[in-house]
Design a protein around this ligand. Sequence first.
Ligand SMILES: [Zn+2]
Length: 302
Amino acid sequence: MPAAITGEIMAAAQADGTGVGAFNLIGIEHAEAIVAGAEAAGLPVVLQISENCVKYHGALEPVALAALAIARSAAVPVAVHLDHATSVELVRVAAGIGISSVMFDASALEYAANLAATAEVAAWCHQRGVWVEAELGEIGGKDGVHAAGARTRPRDAVAYVRATGVDALAVAVGSSHAMLTRDAVIDFDLIGRIRAEVPAAVPLVLHGSSGIPDAALGKAILAGMTKINIATQLNKVFTAAVRERLAADERLGDPRRSRCSSREPVSAAERPARAARGRRSAHRAAGGRGARRLGGDGTARL
Ligand SMILES: [Zn+2]
């Protein structure tokens, strides 16, 4: 089947009240492992290629075409997404090779310049059916939505979405990029307030989710997040598996023997992203915002 469309996966998740895992790949093994995990879970997934990943490979096309081919052969809907693109040219390349969504990151610009650049990219992408995610930048905190301590104000989120016309918004609610520990403290009340203000059709995106405990990921979805971005956690388990395999056999020369052994833990690490299938639906059925009990013990299960 063709690669899935990110906007359609997100719209379905919005309708169901579920979250969608969006995982960054670096090499083809990551993409294979992420899709294997999604197939095992029976859930759609988004394969993300960051601008930094593109720099590592020297170009978008080789890695993107591989990801699209893996997406096409998957047994579950798999979309490919360009993550944290600061280059408008890279967005154009992505659209040209069939990537259905981009995160345009103008957060390093002054707010007015961020608005103008993001609105222009969104308009260009929408003419080509490409779904656009963006972030507020300085209003969400000096280093964008990823700085520890940064928080998005609900009224700023609404103004930004209206001014730019973006399809999804990355918000600052307590997570930060590249966390190696999973102890980020998420402001669930703020997620709820942003969700209540931002138009319902616009999914909220949680970056830096590697630093968030599993139970909190479920609660974040319950509170209103939809797209859950995870990168660092997969790199951690992938590297750990390779390191363990190489340490176990010093004579190992064939990289397939060490890299193959790292696919399984990467797939396993994806389990947190099953986060809350049907959880918000169950939550609504249980009585709405006040009813936070998700299971017999009242905890979010992953
Ligand atoms: Zn990010």
